[in-house]
Write a protein that binds this ligand. Sequence first.
Ligand SMILES: O=C(O)CCC(=O)C(=O)O
Ligand SMILES: [Fe+2]
Length: 183
Amino acid sequence: MKRLNVKEIDETKESLLMGSKRINFNYYPICSNPELTVGVGRHLDVSTLTILLQDDIGGLYVQGNDDSWVHVPPISGSLMINVGDALQIMSNGQYKSIEHHVAASGSKNRISVPIFVNPKPYDMICPFSEVLAGVEKALYKQVLYLDYVKHFFRKAHDGKNTIEFAKVECFSEVCEVVLLQWK
Ligand SMILES: O=C(O)CCC(=O)C(=O)O
Ligand SMILES: [Fe+2]
């Protein structure tokens, strides 16, 4: 992961990047009016990375640059890999989690089984000291990963707003985070 500026993934970083995994089973029943239905509302994943084996049905949309939705081409057997919020935080925004939503299909039932690769629940996450080297400020503060996940599940799917929870709000907090990193 070049943009994390780390040469080696040691045990601590391994735990932070991939210390726990979670699997979802999503079932989208066939729907005669898919445009009138919410499959999964717009959201960001809280993971480091999300891995999803694709089928040939489709329905996953990711946010494009100009606020448009781009349909992920359903290439059966391919892996879709999404960056999640935890990696955005730990990379100080060098990797961006991507907003997405899912629409039901008008012709087929669909099951999706995303694998979420996450920090451990009791890991404190914040931008890696390596990414902060030479950088003016930390964009995100230290948060307990479990608190972040709880915050996510407390809110309805609400697009980009989940990551606001970890944003540094004032300058003194920036200094604190940077100092902690250098100790
Ligand atoms: O069903 C999909 O294609 C993606 C599901 C999803 O975004 C999720 O479970 O977080
Ligand atoms: Fe998702």
